[in-house]
Design a protein around this ligand. Structure first.
Ligand code: PAF
Length: 283
């Protein structure tokens, strides 16, 4: 497995892969890898002849006061997992390599990036879109993989790739969950034992909400009740629980379109997000 630190080395390597006729699959990550990331790697390997994983904790997607400094980092552990998974190359640059002094350009995806997470974390999706655009331009993958766990991020990136005419396919990986339903996330490492016991209620509550609205319940009223359920379960704050159109992320008003339930809630200092589709009713 090649570990690449510089853009110059990445470009050189990309050119060699092009000459060799390789199909490159890209899995961008911020490290602290778990089974969810490794399942994206596995999908990427099925779509490509070689897989490149990026490990980069991107400072521009963290607001001042968020967890950039304490975000879990374990490069040695990550490299060992990726090597064992048969990854061909890892791009793990320093911040100054990705954002050299004087770097001003930002990429933003209004509307899709302004709602839900965008309301509670202003600037977050501009940071994500900026770094993902850089990575897609640098790596020039044939396919790039993103998890459905970050559903809004997936939609923002799909739109970014379409709007910038980037010649690649974006594939989604399904959310990987613990046996009790908690979606895998690097931030789960922050949870205390008590918080970890409460955390699976997020998935339970939004799954129940999704089933109820599929059966005809009013989505705004049920979403409000779900927020109260999360507070009752022990969440210290609920940013939102909302039923949205699965493509536009506007409120879900047209039942012929796919709906998606999205939620964000806090357990102490840890913010968890999750989402599930509104299921089709059995015919
Ligand atoms: O989902 C993540 O880990 C990050 O937001 C991403 C896509 C790697 C960009 O920094």
């Amino acid at each position: 497995m090649i570990v690449i630190r510089s853009i110059a080395h990445l470009r050189e390597q990309r050119e060699a892969w092009r000459k060799a006729g390789e199909m490159v699959g890209l899995v961008p990550t911020m490290g602290a890898l778990h089974t969810g990331h490794l399942s994206l790697v596995e999908r990427a390997q099925a779509y490509s002849t070689l897989t490149l994983v990026t490990l980069f904790v991107n400072p521009t997607q963290f607001a001042p006061g968020e967890d950039f400094d304490r975000y879990p980092r374990d490069e040695a552990g990550d490299l060992a997992k990726l090597e064992a998974a048969g990854v061909a190359a890892v791009f793990a640059p320093e911040v100054a390599e990705m954002y050299p002094g004087g770097s001003l350009t930002r990429v933003s995806v209004p509307q899709l990036g302004d709602v839900l997470e965008g309301e509670f974390r202003p600037g977050f999706f501009t940071g994500v879109a900026t770094v993902v655009a850089k990575l897609l331009i640098l790596v020039q993958p044939d396919v790039a993989l993103f998890g459905e766990k970050d559903y809004q991020q997936l939609l923002v990136i799909r739109r970014l790739a379409a709007d910038l005419h980037l010649p690649l396919t974006i594939e989604a990986g399904r959310t990987i969950r613990e046996p009790d339903g908690l979606a895998l996330s690097s931030r789960n490492a922050y949870l205390s034992a008590d918080e970890r016991r409460i955390a699976p209620s997020l998935y339970r509550v939004i799954s129940r909400l999704a089933a109820d609205v599929a059966a005809g319940a009013d989505s705004a009223q049920r979403a409000e009740a779900a927020m109260a359920d999360l507070t009752a379960a022990g969440f210290s704050r609920v940013d939102y629980v909302s039923v949205r159109d699965g493509e536009t992320l506007q409120p879900w008003t047209d039942r012929r379109r796919r709906g998606r339930v999205l939620a964000a809630a806090w357990l102490g200092r840890t913010r968890l997000i999750d989402n599930v589709p509104v299921p089709d009713l059995p015919a």
